[in-house]
Design a protein around this ligand. Sequence first.
Ligand SMILES: [Zn+2]
Length: 1018
Amino acid sequence: MKIHKVFIYTILTVLPVMTTNLQAQNGDQILDGIGETGLIARYLFDGDAKDWSRNNLHGTLNNSKAKFIDDDLFGTVLSLPADNKAFVTLPGEAVTGEESLSITGWIYLLSDRQGQYFFDFGKNTKSHFFFTPMGTTEKQGYQAGIITEAGEYYTESSDIEASKWNHLAVVINVPSKSISTYVNGKLVSETKNVELDLEHVFDNDSSNKNMLYIGKSLLSDNAYLHAKLHDFRIYRIPLGEKQIARIHHNSLSGEETVVNEMKDVADDLPMFSKTSPQLYNEYVSSVPNVEIETVVGYLPRLPRYVKGVYRNGMEGPNVRVLWPAPKDNSNVRTAGQYTITGSIAGTDLKPKAIITVKEVKENATPTRKLEVFNLDEVSLNPDPHGHNTKFIENRNKFITTLAKTNPDDFLYMFRNAFGQEQPQGAEPLGVWDTQETKLRGHATGHYLTAIAQAYASTGYDKALQANFANKMETMVNTLYGLSQMSGQPRETRGEHVSDPTAVPIGVGKTNYDSDLSIDGIRTDYWNWGKGFISAYPPDQFIMLENGATYGGQKTQVWAPYYTLHKILAGLMDIYEVSDNKKALEIAKGMGDWVHARLSQLPTETLISMWNRYIAGEFGGINEAMARLSRITNEHRYLEVAQLFDNINMFFGDAEHSHGLARNVDTFRGLHANQHIPQIMGALETYRDSNTPDYYRIADNFWYKTTNDYMYSIGGVAGARNPANAECFTSQPATIYENGLSAGGQNETCATYNMLKLTRNLFLYEQRAELMDYYERGLYNHILASVAEDSPANTYHVPLRPGSIKHFGNADMKGFTCCNGTAIESSTKLQNSIYFKSMDNHALYVNLYVPSTLKWKEKHVIIEQTTAFPNEDHTKLTIKGGGKFDINVRVPHWATQGFSVKINGKKEKVDATPGSYLKLSRKWKNGDTIELHMPFQFHLDPIMDQQNIASLFYGPILLTAQESEPRKDWRKVTLDAQDISKSIEGNPKTLEFNIGGTVFKPFYETYGRHSVYLDITLK
Ligand SMILES: [Zn+2]
């Protein structure tokens, strides 16, 4: 109610006295507190029909009589004159494949005639969605309608006034089966029981078949719109009343709503009463207190699971304890003892942790003991029945399409930045690499890595391998040529600036800017400093130092160091697989350029830069710089790596008083994928600096993310609070309370980065829980993120009831961040099956995937034969011989036993689930090791709402196949003593059935699905 009063006040008092206009839109206000991924497109219409979101869905004006005119309230607005047949078309893909839609916009009707269309979107006149501010020719009054062959739905009509600005909104909420309309932030009508799927309205297979008009109807006999328009937006989430009110309010007040600080209150999940049973917790009678020691300064690492006592002698799983998570280390600044009280979801139990803080020397951090195998040393095989595995299927989808790409497309914006002609056939990429997108070049970086990995992985097909060798050559030669031009005179003794810190403002400009338009881009590369390479001029780097925020304006930037990281990593990948010295030279040149600029900045400036939302996102450039230092043996690159320390997150503050290094959770509520690669960078910095804090940062971060922020598929982002699907939840261990955002969860590139961090931590500490997580994320997220028949892949993977995966970039012509990491993930699927000890005395078998390992140093070939996970056993055959240990992973889920046969004879072993089992002997040629690890069904509940859980069979997440959208969780009842009694099916196909509902592996699920179920134990 309060919010309505604010509006009345706003409208009555602000509008009449408004003399200046409200065109300024800065920083987060472009988002109005709604997460970035919720917004599909935004058209301000302040001089053009460009899309202000990051999706480049630019509109087109279809009649020259449409004019941009001055307006007292909004500055410049679009005016569609009467009967001039002027309208705007939007790209059809703006609505393709969406679950729900919300559309908002300002309209000033210049005529009150019926039959005017604010917008009309659809695949044809029989299937469309429209909004008529004065009613259709048949029915008077403001209304929205959806016509499909399956049915017609209209909202109740109401009246709006012409000759004044009105903010209109319409929301199609498919899971709630409703259509709602709003006027000036207030709900005016709601139509319920709408049985609709948006694929009835739009063509999801071929987006160019969708016609999206603003100001005109798909039915040609309707009148064109006579009105002024401002700030038209399309969202992929069903906005709630408060969100629409906020958009309306912010447009008039000019206030900013910071995207990371809002809770989306409208977007709640089904609520459960305090007394409703939460799975096994219903039967827990007590849990013991725990005693933990820590060292002064370091928060204790509290066990997330303790062994509970169950009623009636029931055997239950370990019990999840939720502990408070302080924001600093004030509890442990002096030696002594204190007690922490935790809670257990669905119970009144209050377990205690008694903490002893000791004044002793800090614990030592581990050294790196293992080494990875190169991609060309491990090859993927079909299963023993001759079937391609999911690994091979996905790899082939990517390799085939990558082989067809034209490197010149990926070089297009680099040549454009350096003012060079394009070779014949070169086409610019779309999505985040278009002419004016400030992230352009990011896909090129991923591409460099992908073709390097594809080259290393295609030893099985020499022609394919040669194709990738050529691509690498072309890419490096061109990038090298351009980088050599930067900061050098065009002709002998010509003017130039070779000092990276002295780059002048562009010719004819008054300041540094990020204008990349054909007319506005600067191409004076001779002034850019020696060694510079990017797909845009150096301005974005300089502007970031000067305080620029994230956004679409010329004064704003989009993560310049993020893009640079991809390029540098890709160049080093090419160098490492092909020894291309030019690739390394380019990387060194840019490393020197960055060193020159960042080494002269005060620490406060660096802290400010790296904490600026998205603007300061730098991927894992600290990792890349540490790696460059190791490859070149040049210490200054390690210095650069450390200049990227995210001081607040790593160390708490400039005095290094706490932070992740002291086990304080400093990343709650932050953007997940902005920060995960920074942690990987900390670990890589540790490798070369031996500074223990860097290891602690990585180790503590991993423990916290996988325990407190992880969904069952292994993903970690997707907050409702803060309302941003790309963020960690505002508080740890509150996935149900604050996670499961309607805008999606599990950004796929974040899991790519979590896997990278995980495997690297394992090289230091061989804890099985690391590779258990790796297996979970690899099978249930990465393998599950690719479309059935193409390399199209996911951004978010939504896990709310009845969700559907949305795949993009099948043709590799337009990349988001996740499309970028996807071409990396699927060209290196074999990279973590085996590791070796640095001294080559031990082998680690981490994953059970049919494959062949060539262990060159030992002159040994290991062949792994299995149909895992369609079978629960595997066989390792040793070709060659010698004395070494083979450490095999005993997965955490292998609770029904783990047996080992060597040369057909059963071995006596003590295999604990969640450990590695060491088999050591002098191996002979032809020796075989058979491992048998029976799968069993088990549940993975959400920590703070345990009845909402996922069903696993061994490592494989089984997903309920859904036929329609739903708002509630699918209810499933399972036998409390033995859940397998309630499940039927075939382990060989991994297809199961519970009460008539089909369950399949998530990686075999392409339609609607429920990953989480509401489970009752009986
Ligand atoms: Zn992403």
